[in-house]
Write a protein that binds this ligand. Structure first.
Ligand code: CA
Ligand code: CA
Length: 251
């Protein structure tokens, strides 16, 4: 993760580069896109959310033209521009995935800048930033909201991470008596729990009491939330359940 200073230095060098070719970048573009130079975006973790992976490939005359195309394309939040020759760039448009990046000498990966956690409670732990949103959505709507901010629903992978989140919630009067959607689900294969955005099976769990219990029969509850009633343990619920007061994004 870049520090702001490092990003400023990189931007000094690379934002100039964006101005090459015949396209004058609109002031808008500099405000909206940050560049991660020499990074290639690979949307390999968009399980069940096809609109948030690769959208289309076009030819462009510059990386800037590629970003303009992204602005015109619904759901586009990221681009990957590769210079093929003096005039032609290959331009790939992506949604708001949190896919992996890969080093490469001739790729320019851009991400639209969005304000993270404008209406929520922000908390940092280890190398992650969490946003607690008090908006009552169903699980999938919450996941889309996180993706739109370059995040996913939270993946709680260790006891330390669970404790850090529970401590933060219990000390916040607005959060301590609420339940929140988390990224754990077995939507693809029954009883094979994964964190959204990951193919790997989850290995750490903090289920409460009899949970997960699929209370209305096998497969009836395939999404998880963190419930203050069980001391911030996890409960399975139907994915269309509005019961949790909000959701937690992590990036
Ligand atoms: Ca995590
Ligand atoms: Ca349950």
């Amino acid at each position: 993760m870049f520090s702001e200073n490092l990003f400023a230095v990189i931007c000094l060098v690379t934002c100039l580069f964006v101005t090459e070719a015949s396209y004058k970048p609109a002031a808008e573009l500099k405000r909206l896109f940050k560049i991660e130079r020499n990074k290639k975006f690979i949307p390999d973790n968009m399980i069940g959310l096809p609109d948030y992976g690769h959208l289309k490939s076009i030819e462009a005359q510059s990386a800037t033209e590629c970003n303009i195309e992204c602005l015109k394309t619904p759901k586009c939040g990221q681009t990957n521009a590769e210079k093929l020759d003096a005039k032609i760039w290959n331009c790939d448009l992506f949604g708001w995935g949190t896919g992996q990046t890969e080093s490469s000498l001739d790729h320019h990966h851009y991400t639209m800048i969005v304000n993270f956690c404008e209406d929520g409670f922000i908390h940092e732990y280890d190398s992650s930033t969490y946003c607690f949103n008090l908006e009552s959505l169903v699980w999938e709507e919450a996941e889309v909201k996180c993706l739109e901010h370059g995040a996913t629903l939270v993946a709680i992978e260790t006891d330390d991470e669970q404790t850090a989140l529970a401590n933060y919630m219990s000390n916040n009067t607005d959060l301590k008596n609420q339940g929140f959607h988390i990224g754990l689900n077995d939507r693809n294969t029954l009883e094979e729990y994964v964190w959204t955005g990951s193919l790997a099976l989850a290995t750490y769990f903090n289920w409460g009491g009899v949970e997960p219990n699929d209370i209305n029969g096998p497969g009836s509850e395939r999404c998880a939330f963190m419930n203050y009633l069980g001391n911030y343990t996890w409960w399975d619920i139907t994915c269309s359940d509005h019961k949790p007061a909000g959701y937690i994004c992590e990036r």
